[in-house]
Design a protein around this ligand. Sequence first.
Ligand code: GUN
Length: 289
Amino acid sequence: MCEIIDGRALADKIKDKIVQEIVKLLVLPNDGNRHPNLAIILVGERPDSKLYVARKEKEATKCGIDTHVYKFAEDASEQELLDCIGFLNRDDLIDGILLQLPLPPQFNTDKIVAAISPDKEVDGFHPDNLKKIYAGEPYQMPVLAAVILEILTSINCNLQNKTVALLAHSDIFMNGIGEILKQCGAVILPCHYDENSKNNLQICTKQADIVITAVGKKHYLTADYLKPDAVVIDIGIIREGDETFGDVDFASASKVASFITPVPGGVGPMTIACALRNVLELYKKNKKF
Ligand code: GUN
């Protein structure tokens, strides 16, 4: 029997803890008597990005985190964005900066992310953070890595010697995640999504105890990609009109998997909760007043 991992319930637990901690910080007599503050930068008019930002604002407010959304036109210049980031980096009220991705094509995403102060960058994408991950130094947990580890912990899945297929188009979201899972004892299998060689992909994924997919191809992952009792974490988000789909063909994969995250209601809500937790961590670590 396959168990469905309830991402909304897990996210609620994380957000409850954030609320409790913020309430405690706010009642301390000489410290922490302001709410954490999150700046969100949104460029352009993508409906999905607007929706995700609106959700982040709503959930942040519910947790006691104040938000400030900076909106830029689709044709904004790189300099305008860099100026805004410079302003937010210098503003001692701002604890966390979240740059909603993807950016329109004229932007060099790596350059813009690197301009965010590493002490304020929420997602854990900053190159200084990645260097720390690979150097084995203390680092800020990237949001997506936190989501994966929370999900695995919730089902008592220890990563020691577990084989993991990590499937993604090379992408800023997945940077460092393989390394973090390796440091937790996992063996990362050399699986790559390739539209034209599904057989090779299946040979690889069928060896995996855990399949993590962030490819963005609607329902491509069916039961015949899975080893019996595999754990399946679906990070794919495909929006069609008002509907959201994942990479995993749930009806088929759930016949073989032991645990599976649904889309919607799996990774999505947890991404918001783990991002908000990072804001609180940055606030506690770097707050100047
Ligand atoms: N775009 C879609 N999801 C995310 C996310 O979790 N963080 C950022 N920065 N951009 C996104």
